[in-house]
Design a protein around this ligand. Structure first.
Ligand code: NAD
Length: 442
């Protein structure tokens, strides 16, 4: 089948590559000229494991190309996916500017019947707005049956860091669709992805739109819940790693997303929780549970700074080494990363920051060059450091050479924001280690 994907970011690009890999003919469209130039040369502008290899393979196979010209991208495509960003507006709601602009542009470029698929994360009711603005562009009356286009909701559940794997082998595909004929087309499009038995859930459009927010808000809640338990652990001398084992092995609860740490970040959880609070309140529904999730998360991000302040009251000009700047491992994405709260708090206090991250250095340098020292490998940032903060759970940080760490640092203090180390083990090696909820008070 032929399709175009508008927006070649984390979601759009991986989606485009995924569909091409399954044999469909795909055109990726983006209005960022540099991005399209890079992609057309076979270079991925983002880091995702395995992405560049599949990008090249499918471009060479003639199933995948990129353009800045939406009309050209749409020319032969039955499906037009919208996968542009939906950041928070000032009031916390999802800013639909890019989604609706693309919808209008699609309407202006229609040369035959098209299925418009909203893949961006959008609040309940947005697909109706897409239908409405497209009708406006085409001079069609609202609500009157028409055969120029259909609008479908198809939220994306991929995780950065394993995005390709998630797209190629999804747990489920959610499709919100009113027209049974279009439902069949969507099933056909996704058939190669669901041969592993994982389902395509066909549902009404509003439910599909809400499902995405419900999923993200639940995962964020799970993280804030375990972080609240970690706070109790620190106050009472219990160890959150034991508590999580004991509770997570109950199958009704489960281990995933039950890690205490310096909070969730990224481009999705913070903004989607905010947008869902806005949606609820606009509907007159108090959203206290999610407001608390946000408040706990904001507090978690401050923990490393609190520990540094406690260890060095009123201190300035400390050297703080940071391991990890990405919002999680296996991505170069630094949007809303917890590490940035520590980094900026340290700079504001007059401390010097030296940082290493395996993949996010380009993004970090673009924002902090000249203010932060960057290392080429983990140990380079440690010399003369007063404290080391582990803030992203990259595998390369899992089993450091502690003797080397100790020798390099001025004072051997580790703040383990991702509970990767055993504080008792480090203590035995003469290193002070502060985890999150490990029952060791500083
Ligand atoms: P992104 O910022 O990485 O990518 C968006 C892309 O759209 C950019 O390349 C931008 O240049 C392009 N764009 C913007 N306006 C355009 C226009 N008018 N025409 C053509 N291209 C345009 O964003 P993302 O992380 O890929 O997220 C996209 C959507 O998917 C968001 O709604 C997000 O909430 C949702 N989502 C993201 C993830 C994730 O992990 N990143 C997961 C699931 C869902």
């Amino acid at each position: 089948m032929k399709l175009c994907v508008v927006g070649s970011g984390y979601v759009g690009l991986v989606t485009a590559v995924g569909f091409a890999e399954m044999g469909h003919d795909v055109v990726g469209v983006d209005n960022d000229v540099r991005k399209v130039e890079s992609l057309s040369a076979g270079r991925s502008p983002i880091y995702e494991p395995g992405l560049e290899e599949l990008l090249l393979r499918n471009m060479e196979g003639g199933r995948l190309s990129f353009t800045t010209d939406l009309a050209q991208g749409m020319a032969e495509s039955l499906f037009c996916f919208i996968a542009v960003g939906t950041p928070n507006a000032d009031d916390g709601s999802a800013d639909l500017g890019a989604v609706l602009a693309v919808a209008r542009q699609i309407a202006r470029s229609l040369s035959g019947y098209r299925v418009v698929v909203v893949k961006s994360t959008v609040p309940v009711g947005t697909s109706k707005k897409v239908d409405q603005v497209m009708r406006e562009e085409l001079g069609l009356a609202p609500g009157v049956p028409q055969e120029r286009f259909d609008v479908v909701s198809n939220p994306e559940f991929l995780k950065e860091g394993s995005a390709l794997e998630d797209v190629l082998r999804p747990d489920r595909v959610v499709v919100g669709v009113d027209n049974p004929r279009v439902a069949e087309l969507m099933k056909e499009l996704y058939a190669p992805f669901t041969r592993n038995g994982h389902p395509v859930y066909l549902m009404d459009v509003a439910s599909a739109e809400l499902t995405k927010y419900a999923a993200n808000a639940f995962l964020a809640t799970k993280i804030s819940f375990i972080n609240k338990m970690a706070e109790l652990c620190d106050a009472s001398g219990a160890d959150i790693m034991n508590v999580r084992l004991g509770m997570g092995s109950d199958r009704r609860i489960g281990m995933p997303f039950l890690y205490a740490g310096v909070g969730y970040g990224g481009s999705c959880f913070p903004k989607d929780v905010k947008a869902l609070i806005h949606t609820g309140e606009a509907l007159g529904i108090p959203m206290g549970i999610l407001k608390e999730v946000e408040a706990i998360n904001a507090r978690q991000k401050e923990i490393p700074l609190d520990i540094i302040d406690r260890l060095h009251p009123g201190g300035t000009d400390l050297k703080v080494a940071i391991w990890g700047g990405a919002f999680k491992a296996e991505t170069d994405d630094i949007r809303e990363a917890s590490a940035l709260v520590t980094l900026e708090g340290c700079l504001a206090r007059g401390h010097r920051v030296a940082l290493y991250d395996p993949e996010a250095m380009v993004n970090l340098k673009a924002r902090y060059d000249g203010r932060v020292t960057f290392g080429k490998e983990p140990y380079e940032v440690l010399s003369g450091a007063d404290v080391l903060c582990l803030l992203t759970e990259w595998r390369v940080f899992r089993t450091p050479d502690w003797d080397r760490v100790k020798k390099l640092m001025r004072r051997a203090v580790v703040i383990d924001g991702r509970n990767q180390y055993d504080p008792r083990d480090l203590s035995a090696r003469g290193i002070e280690c502060y985890g999150i909820g490990r029952g060791l008070k500083s």
